[in-house]
Write a protein that binds this ligand. Structure first.
Ligand SMILES: [Mn+2]
Length: 285
């Protein structure tokens, strides 16, 4: 297996554990997210390990890429259970989680696993879509319902903070306004406010690549026009420094819908920046 650029090989000493959750189980438009973990790993070998903007190097971050969780095609509940078990086990050993999806439903398993150790968890959600439907195409478990299910796991639904959202049905946006901490089309200003509010509580970050404009990240299954720019996103990734991030996921990159692998390459760079930014921070055991 090709490991992510500069991955260590030892689990015991790694502060961060990276793995892929290659699921397409609930994609509603165009599939292909199942290929993202492997393609992102390959593309990571075409970027530098050093980040000039952060003046840090991935070589200095303690992390190990463990490969992919094997998921049974089509069996949504079994894949959720499997990923949750893996994350629960890593979190229980004090590891910080970096999961590469996969369609967005994998985030539910990620949050459930992390919350087994950190019950007062906050979730930061960056996405074009609110993902707050109660049901979608007859199912409660879908990439369109995932944040509704996540909100239900948290101590308070307001501990779900949603940024740069620009798409959703009237019902789900109304539900979000009442129940979650929802910011439509807004990013850095509310993030600063939320950071102050969260303090050193544990945080899980879920990043759907379609928060970006499709012109800069075309390789995704449900593109949504009028998204944020790459530099906006990298500013956000820098701004999460200082938060007690115990889990991070990057979802919905779809290599078959990409152009010259630029979205997967961007995904690799996002992972690098996240690990360098957060790598040196301490985590409560
Ligand atoms: Mn989305």
């Amino acid at each position: 297996m090709t490991r992510f650029l500069e991955s260590g090989s030892g689990f015991a000493s790694a502060e961060w554990v990276m793995f892929g959750a290659p699921s397409d189980a609930t994609v509603s438009r165009r599939g292909g997210a199942q290929y993202a973990p492997d393609v992102i790993r390959c593309e990571s070998h075409h970027i530098e390990s050093y980040s000039p903007s952060l003046d840090g190097d991935l070589k200095d971050v303690s992390f190990v890429d463990l490969g992919n969780v094997f998921l049974s095609p089509g069996d949504v509940q079994s894949y959720l259970t499997k990923v949750e078990k893996v994350v629960t086990s890593f979190a229980g050993k004090g590891k910080r989680i970096l999961m590469i999806g996969g369609d967005h439903l994998v985030s539910l398993a990620g949050v459930r696993g992390v919350i087994s150790k950190y019950s007062d968890l906050h979730v930061l959600h960056f996405d074009a879509h609110a993902d707050l439907r109660d049901f979608y195409l007859g199912s409660r478990y879908s990439h369109a319902t995932v944040m509704r299910r996540v909100a239900e796991c948290l101590t308070k639904t307001k501990m779900l903070h949603q940024f740069a959202i620009r798409s959703g049905s009237m019902e789900e946006i109304e539900w979000g306004k009442r129940n979650t901490d929802l910011y439509l089309m807004q990013l850095s200003e509310p993030l600063r406010k939320v950071k102050d509010e969260i303090g050193d509580s544990p945080v899980y970050v879920s990043l759907d690549i379609d928060v970006l404009d499709p012109s800069v990240a075309p390789g995704t299954g449900t593109p949504e026009p009028n998204g944020i720019g790459v530099s906006d996103l990298f500013d956000v990734l820098r701004d999460i420094k200082g938060l007690n991030v115990v889990g991070f996921d990057l979802v919905e990159i779809s290599p078959p819908n990409d152009v010259n692998n630029i979205t997967s390459l961007l995904g690799a760079k996002i992972v690098r920046e996240v690990l360098i930014t957060l790598g040196g921070d301490s985590v409560d055991q």
